[in-house]
Design a protein around this ligand. Sequence first.
Ligand code: NOJ
Ligand code: CA
Length: 577
Amino acid sequence: MGTITVWLARSFSMNWTMRCLGISVLALTVWPSRAYSQPKPVDAEGHQWWQHAVFYELYPRSFADSNNDGIGDLNGITSKLDYLKSLGIDAIWLTPCYPSPQVDFGYDVSDYENIDAMYGTLQDFDRLASEAQKRGIKIIMDFVMNHSSDQHAWFKESRSSRDNPKRDWYMWRDGKGESQTPNNWISIFGGPAWKFDPTTGQWYYHFFYAEQPDLDWRNPEVEKAMFDVTRWWYKRGVAGFRLDAVDTLFENPDFKDNPVLPGKNAHGDPNMENRYNTKLPELHDVLRRLRVVADENNAVLIGETWTKDIEELKSYYGGHSNELQMPMDFLFARIDKLSAPEFRKQIAGVDAAGWPVYVLSNHDITRAYNRYGDGQHNDAIAKLMASLYLTLRGTPLMYYGEEIGMENNDPKRKEDVKDPVGKVGWPEDKGRDGERTPMQWKAAPNAGFSSTTPWLPVPTSYKTHNVHAELKDKASILNFYQRLLALRHAEPALLDGEYVALNEDDPNVLSYLRRYKAETVLVVLNMSGAGKKIRLDLKGNGSKASTLLSTQGRSKLVSVSSISLEPFGVFIGKMEQ
Ligand code: NOJ
Ligand code: CA
């Protein structure tokens, strides 16, 4: 199992999720600079491009291996752009592919303005960007703001002497005493959040691994250097950033001890409330300034925003919608069971808060196929969940492989674990390898990802759940996703319509309208394992709907006063005028 474990799926008992909530249970081509431009709307309502787009998170290590070394790469991604286009994807978010010692598989960046040789070159990136552009697909990069690698030139300088000009780019402190850390803060990845460096006799702070020292965002030089990194990529054609670990940008300047809570976490550390090292208000000032740079480039900022409630999520949009355009709603993904009332409540909350950003899973969260699947109807449930978040008002962010029903392949033995989270947390926390396995392209060795043994093994389900087989099967999950995404792009009500909840007392079936001008789309989702008959009284919205997409054979015209749905069935129809 991966880390929604920890993250979400595993009942959120401890570790990551709790900690994220604040509790610890050219090639050298030179591009002309763009002139300042206000973001351009794409419709009369003033929507921006990212509000009409479907985003797709892609883990470069695991997508497609063009040179058969067992690790995915940029040329591999370029070779699959036609696939992504035919699926209905408008923007891809690449998790970090910058030079990195790979301690945290790229989230330890040693050069923010380059591509790691294992993934290719800057020329490969430029080719990917230009081929993507030809297909109308935008590229979002991952911005690892909170920390660099300890192998970054900045940190090497910083650690070299106490009076090095880069010393204050990171956080160095004296210990409380001989061999004693400066305070009681612990790393989310286990152990103290401080590492002693004998060269200068001081400790440096790292919220994540010791190889990921935190940058000091109180230092204006750090802000300037990091903002310049975004400008550098914008000039290369990047359309935005996913901001990693935004919660952790600032620390209390006095480095006060955090309150200790009862019990221990999976790493054996005391549970702790991360009061003084997460979610400090200063981070919002940085987000506002970073947004100005993004707006100058018609770019979007997506946040890795682990929030405890809607109010906190709301704060990331900014009081004047001047921070993140797309803070991800992990509260939605945290509902890890098929519960119509719980989804209804969460959707209503986030829909009122701003422009929702829905996510089902990612490289840190156990795949949705496993989290929601009941073991018997997993494919039907995968279609149901797709129908939910791809028909809501807001921007959906998919995770690669979700569209073919990829499942987690968690390590069976400790010695097979690659993710250090799993190495430290074993067996309670097996880490995140399970949700990062190679994309399943066909029923061939290594699922057609590579001709050599890949860095992580594919699950046996690749034989049935793969792109090649599913493209040929009208009843496949992939076929369903393609039709759903085509619908989402074609129906103005699905793009721009307001969300109207229906039958709000129904414990099993989630129904709603998407209404835009004279057009209304009805969505009915049976979240239970029993067949259901739904009676809707839509008053002024009509009594008949023509079927747009359904998981069961049905006539073209359906009376909304009596819709029968099979277990986990889906009905999406357009209301007749
Ligand atoms: C969140 C990323 O999604 C995760 O994979 C990484 O380990 C941490 N941030 C640290 O950068
Ligand atoms: Ca490769």
